[in-house]
Design a protein around this ligand. Structure first.
Ligand code: ATP
Ligand code: MG
Length: 274
């Protein structure tokens, strides 16, 4: 992948837009091989932005928009979500992070880096000042039967309360964990109705086929890693307004820690460098 070119496919924001087609012009007949070659060519022209450039200038977030990060384990989902959060959250748009694991060094780092308040329960105890957000990290007894019920209840309250108050970002490091706790319906409610309440649902998954399709279809901002599984690639068709062949070609050429960014509005894409 290369830097920007003078191609008509680019706007001066540097991100790819869907090529304009002439109104009423008949679609040219193309073979499958030709279409794949076109997709490869388009993917190879995507611009690559450094993290700083992307976080500071290219990533434009509107409250209530959903963010989905999909990639295999160890590919940097959590780090990317932290960097995006750092660029966006504030006491005026705080984040509610749902922490699932009993012990989690990455979560401890997230709390420190983002300066979040830690709370075992929801609602959190009153505190001085308005924080940038909370990490909801319930106490574990290490009896799954007890913990699953307790976590579900605390997270359910945090999700519903966030939805009611509005102007929040709810974040789950792994969507599948919440689905597994029986909270799929709550996630779907946020994906489908959160936008109107200014509640954005952010999160990642390494199991794209185990979570609701809404993670693809409702996200305004999608970040995809080079996931070698066929099952993951099949879902590219769910990303509205974007040619799945371009997504597949672009994702295939990514290195570890690089992300394909898709902003659904306007069908724009670029690559975020490691
Ligand atoms: N852009 C990057 N450049 C170099 N190292 C990175 C980058 N992003 C993440 N890492 C490192 O890679 C490791 C895995 O990152 P991270 O925990 O964010 O991955 P993950 O996809 O969330 O993994 P998991 O699925 O296990 O939660 C960490 O040690 C992290 O510091
Ligand atoms: Mg992670």
């Amino acid at each position: 992948m290369s830097g920007g070119s003078g191609s008509a496919l680019y706007q001066d924001t540097g991100v790819l837009v869907r090529p304009r087609t002439l109104k009423n012009a008949p679609a040219p007949i193309r073979s499958r091989a030709q279409m794949m070659a076109d997709a490869e060519a388009t993917a190879s022209r995507l611009q690559v932005f450094s993290r700083d450039e992307f976080m500071g200038r290219r990533f434009r977030y509107g409250s209530g928009e959903h963010v989905t990060v999909i990639g295999p384990t160890g590919y940097g989902k959590t780090q990317l979500l932290d960097e995006l959060s750092d660029a966006v959250i504030s006491p005026k748009l705080p984040q509610v992070v749902l922490a699932m694991k009993p012990r989690d060094k990455t979560m401890t780092a997230t709390i420190r880096n983002l300066d979040l308040k830690k709370t075992k329960d929801w609602p959190p105890p009153p505190s001085f000042g308005r924080p940038r957000g909370w990490a909801v990290w319930p106490k574990h007894t290490f009896d799954p039967e007890v913990d699953d019920i307790h976590l579900r209840e605390v997270f359910r309250r945090a999700i519903l309360d966030s939805y009611k108050r509005g102007n929040r970002i709810v974040q789950a490091d792994e969507f599948f964990g919440l689905v597994d706790l029986g909270l799929a319906r709550h996630l779907v409610a946020l994906w489908t109705r959160g936008r109107s309440m200014d509640v954005g649902l952010w999160g990642g998954t390494q199991k794209p086929t185990h979570i609701p399709l809404h993670a693809y279809s409702q996200a305004s901002h999608l970040f995809l890693a080079n996931d070698p599984t066929e099952a993951a690639r099949k879902r590219f068709g769910e990303i509205g307004g974007v040619d799945p062949r371009i997504v597949e070609a672009a994702v295939r050429s990514l290195e570890k820690f690089q992300w394909l960014y898709i902003r659904r509005e306007g069908a724009r894409m670029c690559v975020v460098d490691k």
